[in-house]
Each structure stands twice: as structure tokens, then as C-alpha cells.
Design a protein around this ligand. Structure first.
Ligand SMILES: Cc1cc2nc3c(=O)[nH]c(=O)nc-3n(C[C@H](O)[C@H](O)[C@H](O)COP(=O)(O)O)c2cc1C
Length: 205
């Protein structure tokens, strides 16, 4: 596990090499073992591999200007699998309206949740998928969808109300990725690891 966590990086440039669909199904299925609040299991993946579907995803989730100017688009668009990480707030409100959870008051509506666990749970499943891809020697990248969420979801018959946490691109790296500027940011892990009191530093390896 330590090796997997240390080796995993977002891969932003894919080759055209296909990924064995059975391998994909296995890592998707395994990732759905991730925990969910109240075991609501309101997280799902929608995997796209058909070229037309992938083209539709890119058309709807980005715009022409970005596609023609972004240094990342070509590398991203070759990914043979596009996985939408979805979560359903209604699954959570329904679960928390059940007798063993009703006292929480969270069964009323998504708006009353101080922390929207459905997004956290989608993040847990996403991380499991990223690690599963790494374990299989595949490249993967998580990208946010900043616009047209509903248009993306409608294209693939996702029921209304279900939310898009983000997208995981999976395939083989072509080794050509530009180094992300984000990687220049370094906040030492030790400074984010507190023992006993916030700010109490811990020496890390
Ligand atoms: C919630 C979240 C949203 C992200 N959105 C994007 C994105 O839209 N595009 C992108 O290229 N990378 C995105 N990233 C990847 C981060 O930039 C990346 O994880 C971070 O720079 C650390 O790099 P590493 O994952 O390679 O270690 C996102 C990561 C997370 C966790």
C-alpha cells in the first residue's frame, strides 16, 4: 500500500493503447467496495469507452476554445476509458430517514447536511479507483467538471438529482505528460500531521 500511494500520480497524457475491459471492470467493481455513510451506497460509476460516447463527453464537458487551446486536451482525449463518478443525495436522505438514523434529522433534505457525505463517499471510491489503476500499471487522472454538469449527465441517461463528483480518465500513459504546475506546490506532510493539538508537529519519513 505504501508503494502504491507513493507511486500514484495523475497521468495527463494517454496513448491509444486499449485497456482490457475485464481489467477495467475489476478495478471499477473493487473500488465500489469503498465505505459510504450509513452504508447508503449512493455512489456509482458510469464508464464510457465507445468513441462516440467519449466524444460526446468532451463536447459537453468542455468548450471549443478550451479544446483548441489547452495543452492537455489531446493527451486527455486519447484515454480509452472515461469514468463518471456519480453520487445520489437522495440515497443518503432516504437512508438517514430510516429508523436507526432518523434522530440525526438528515433524512429531511440534502440542504440540512452540514457535510454532504455523498461527495466525500464519491471521493473515497475515486481514490480506490485511482489506486486500482496504479496497481494494474495503468495511468489515471481525476478531473473536475466545471461546466455543463447536467448536459453531461443527460447525454448518458443519468437520472435527475444524481450529481457528478468528477471524472476519472483511465488508460496507458504515453510518457509525454507535461509536468503539472500544481506539483511545484509543496506543503510538507509533516505540517499537516498533528498530534494531540493542531500545530503540534510530527517528524515524518
Ligand atoms: C478534487 C480534485 C480535483 C482535481 N481537478 C483536476 C482537474 O480538473 N484537472 C487536472 O488536471 N487535475 C485535477 N486534479 C489533480 C490534482 O491537480 C493533483 O492530484 C495534484 O496536483 C497532486 O498531483 P498528483 O495527484 O499527481 O500527486 C484534481 C484533484 C482532485 C483531488
Amino acid at each position: 500500500m505504501r508503494k502504491l500511494l507513493a507511486a500514484r500520480r495523475m497521468n495527463r497524457s494517454f496513448s491509444l493503447a486499449p485497456v482490457n475491459p475485464k481489467t477495467m471492470l475489476r478495478i471499477l467493481d473493487d473500488a465500489l467496495r469503498s465505505p459510504t455513510a450509513g452504508n447508503a451506497q449512493g455512489v456509482s460509476f458510469l464508464a464510457l469507452s465507445d468513441p462516440q460516447d467519449r466524444a460526446t463527453y468532451w463536447e459537453r464537458s468542455t468548450d471549443e476554445v478550451w479544446r483548441s487551446t489547452s495543452a492537455r486536451f489531446d493527451g486527455f482525449s486519447r484515454a480509452p476509458f472515461i469514468v463518471l463518478a456519480l453520487c445520489d443525495p437522495a440515497a443518503y436522505t432516504q437512508r438517514y430517514a430510516e429508523s436507526d438514523k432518523a434522530a440525526s434529522g438528515l433524512g429531511e433534505a440534502p440542504e440540512v447536511w452540514p457535510v454532504p457525505y455523498w461527495f466525500g463517499d464519491a471521493g473515497m471510491a475515486t481514490m480506490a479507483l485511482l489506486l486500482g489503476a496504479e496497481h494494474q500499471g495503468l495511468g489515471a487522472a481525476f478531473i473536475g467538471t466545471f461546466r455543463n454538469e447536467q448536459a453531461v449527465l443527460d447525454a448518458f441517461d443519468v437520472p435527475r438529482g444524481v450529481r457528478l463528483f468528477g471524472t476519472i480518465l483511465i488508460g496507458h500513459s504515453d510518457g509525454e505528460a507535461h509536468r503539472s504546475r500544481s506539483l511545484n506546490r509543496r506543503v510538507p506532510r509533516g505540517s499537516r500531521l498533528h498530534l494531540g493539538r493542531f500545530g503540534q508537529r510530527v517528524a515524518t519519513e
